[in-house]
Design a protein around this ligand. Sequence first.
Ligand SMILES: Cc1cc2nc3c(=O)[nH]c(=O)nc-3n(C[C@H](O)[C@H](O)[C@H](O)COP(=O)(O)OP(=O)(O)OC[C@H]3O[C@@H](n4cnc5c(N)ncnc54)[C@H](O)[C@@H]3O)c2cc1C
Length: 383
Amino acid sequence: MDFDLSDELVAAQELARDFAEKEIGPTAAKDDKEHTFRRDLVSKMGELGFYGCVIPESYGGNGLGFLALALITEEIARVHSAMRVFMNMQVGPALTLLRFGSEELKKRWIPPLIRGESVGCFAITEPDAGSDVAAMRTTAVRDGDSYALNGSKIWISNAPVADSALIYAVTDRSQKHRGISAFYADLHQPGVSRRALDALGVHASPLGELTFENFRVPAGNRIGNEGEGFKICMWQLNQTRLSCAAGALGVARAAKEAAVSYANQREQFGQKIGQFQMIQDVIAQMVVHEEAARLLVYRAAWLADRGQPNNLEVSIAKYTAAEAAAYAADGALKILGAYGYSTEFPVERYLRDSKSYQIVEGSSNIQKIIIAQDALGYRKANR
Ligand SMILES: Cc1cc2nc3c(=O)[nH]c(=O)nc-3n(C[C@H](O)[C@H](O)[C@H](O)COP(=O)(O)OP(=O)(O)OC[C@H]3O[C@@H](n4cnc5c(N)ncnc54)[C@H](O)[C@@H]3O)c2cc1C
């Protein structure tokens, strides 16, 4: 593994940093406070090619690769974590269509997702099926040349605003997880209702519930064969999990930067608080966790770019980065004291946003299960 980034990757990283600082940063606090969905930013990120890194040119992408995607995601999340969610909502569905969809579906949906013209989402989680994806109850019943979907998906990023969705539903309950199928659907058709949900953080990323009542999805919109949905879902989660890890890395870095900057300015007991060893302990741990997370994220992305299996490496990276973000945000808040607790400074936002990374795309416990079962030889992660 080469630790130097190519000129192309450095250029992508710099472009994303510049964009995040100039276009996202100035209104980050306001967007968070007012729970604003920045449709304009979804488009701008599409225009800059941010969603196209892992998509070939023939479908509107630029093929820069997974490492480029991770670098861009880290830069966006460093400035405003909620905005990095767009990366996954556009890229996750597009990449899944690219891998498993029919040519017709690819041509119809990938370019608008990649250009940021169609707002995407993916709907796996249900009220009674979180980590246990196979417990989902939403059904898709074939009726002539379409499927009728019935059920409810909850905690779906972009649910209140999405134009289209990657949906997983049960086509044959008797087959358990082998009875799940995947669909790509236009959410502006009848049979879909939406309910916005509020949460602790990522306020500028709309969160909600999608309810399907006799929602008709053309049979041609099924992705893969009937019964392949669980396999497709696990594959998709491995991709979106990596981008999520890169986002957590961005939050860890932002929190560390805030803590270092404050510790270098704030004076108590006649000296800068950075001089106190207890503060140095927290900063040292922030640096170590962040650096470890960065190398692990890069390794997982590098493997993906080489077409090698990386499920284990993605889980290790996601677990490490999510915990690094939560540690750094918590540590930064302590170092900033009342200023950290204040809504006038971004650190409380980092803390709220960091917690999402320990839950989404497979919780930290789920990552530990994957890692431990691989180590114990019970279930190899890279099969
Ligand atoms: C901000 C946000 C955005 C989200 N966006 C999306 C989205 O776009 N699409 C989507 O489909 N879903 C989305 N989700 C849902 C998310 O994927 C689920 O919340 C997640 O999979 C965990 O499910 P759960 O919340 O139901 O927790 P549960 O699965 O009920 O878990 C509860 C607790 O038990 C632990 N646990 C569960 N099983 C085990 C086990 N076997 N061993 C040890 N511990 C275990 C978990 O780690 C957790 O701590 C989002 C959630 C959030 C918070």
